[in-house]
Design a protein around this ligand. Sequence first.
Ligand SMILES: Cc1cc2nc3c(=O)[nH]c(=O)nc-3n(C[C@H](O)[C@H](O)[C@H](O)COP(=O)(O)O)c2cc1C
Length: 164
Amino acid sequence: MIIKEILNRRSIRKYKAEAVPEEYITEIIKAAQFAPSAMNNHAIEFIVIRNQETKNNIYEIVGQEHVKEAPVLIIPATDSTKTNCPVEDLSVATQNMFLQATALGLGTAWKSIRPELREEIKKLLGIPGRFIVINIIPAGYPEEKPGPHTDKDFDGSKIHREKW
Ligand SMILES: Cc1cc2nc3c(=O)[nH]c(=O)nc-3n(C[C@H](O)[C@H](O)[C@H](O)COP(=O)(O)O)c2cc1C
């Protein structure tokens, strides 16, 4: 049986104006820190952004309206001097964040920071040079309700057993 957070997690890009409690942000970041990490490096730090002007400035760089409309943005950043698997570490932590946010009734969506824009984002936010960012996690109470995943999203033909 698939756990309900996996079924219910959908990318949400419209949010209510209601603020997200700080304890929820902490829970989401805690979930990220409980994720597996290469060599158990736990090299990820997080920047939490609520300031509207900062959100607008981020939007100007990466685009997509929900980036400036979300009540809060979380950007995980991993220390490249502490991990040789930065993208993997960030990805697995991000999925934990999505699932925890879903359990808290919050909507999230992966917002990519294209490689050529990453230094600009780091400069804007004062993130030290050795850190790597790949995505932004906007979070808020959902204003849209896409349906949960169901078995129609399952494709058994993609499973190869023993040999391709
Ligand atoms: C690596 C990755 C990059 C993504 N980049 C973006 C993005 O930049 N903007 C966006 O709106 N959604 C982005 N998404 C979300 C996908 O569009 C979304 O997961 C997909 O359409 C499936 O919908 P679901 O998340 O509701 O299941 C990204 C997802 C992944 C895994």
